[in-house]
Design a protein around this ligand. Structure first.
Ligand code: SF4
Ligand code: SF4
Length: 224
């Protein structure tokens, strides 16, 4: 069963007015998440430049091939919105239907891109967890920030790893960043779910929003 009518695909978000039946426009939330990602990328880049920590090309996204990636719906709003605007929802819904909900992320492709083996098909809009993975810190029981990186990064450049460990308290902190994201829209951030389910839910929420806005613009909505 479709999540929403296909005519919503390709609808220009610039024409979407604020929906009076929601506290904050979905489009405003998506813009906030996009700005949030831009700020987060700057923090991560700063840490990478300071430490030399980076993903080795030969890795090809081992983290993307895991089956237990959990995220919140809000993290998927920018991808869902872009897919709807581009009219690609039917393709991605087919991808979702061909996989079990908890399987590997549907956006991962094993096709090489340049020298890199495998790639994300939504890289610029990818979720928060995908941006932070490998370049973040977590708090231990004493509240200290400890570097959380992956084995590939750790083994590929031991000097960079040692430098990063020495200044681990400067690495973007998962709990702080997650709390900031939660503050953008608590109702879409509270629950973590498998990455493909979060995408499906985001597609449904954004699709419904665009559909309601479209009906409103045509003057066809009535509320009893
Ligand atoms: S974070 Fe680690 S596993 Fe993921 S792409 Fe980078 S090196 Fe590979
Ligand atoms: S959204 Fe992209 S970066 Fe994140 S898990 Fe999926 S393929 Fe990997």
């Amino acid at each position: 069963m479709p999540l929403f009518d296909s005519h919503v695909d390709g609808y220009c978000h610039k024409e979407v007015s604020k929906n009076p039946y929601m506290d904050v426009s979905m489009i405003e939330t998506i813009d906030r998440v996009t700005s949030f990602y831009a700020d987060l990328d700057k923090m991560i880049l700063q840490f990478q430049l300071k430490t030399g920590l980076r993903c080795p090309e030969k890795c090809g996204g081992i983290c993307c091939q895991k089956e237990d990636v959990y995220i919140s719906v809000i993290e998927m709003l920018p991808i869902a919105h872009a897919i709807l605007i581009e009219g690609e929802s039917a393709f991605w819904l087919e991808q979702l239907e061909s996989k079990s909900p908890a399987s590997r992320c549907i956006f991962y492709s094993q096709e090489p891109r340049g020298n890199i083996q495998g790639h994300c098909r939504q890289y610029t809009l990818r979720p928060m967890i995908c941006r932070m993975f490998g370049f973040a810190s977590v708090r231990n029981r004493l509240g200290e920030q400890k570097l959380s990186t992956c084995k590939c990064i750790k083994l590929s450049d031991k000097d960079a790893f040692l430098t990063a460990t020495a200044i681990q308290s400067e690495a973007p902190c998962f709990s702080n960043i997650s709390a900031s994201l939660y503050g953008l829209e608590p109702s879409l951030s509270a629950r973590l779910q498998p990455i493909n389910e979060a995408f499906k839910a985001a597609l449904s929420r954004v699709g419904l929003y665009l559909q309601l806005s479209h009906v409103e613009d045509l003057g066809g909505i009535s509320v009893a």
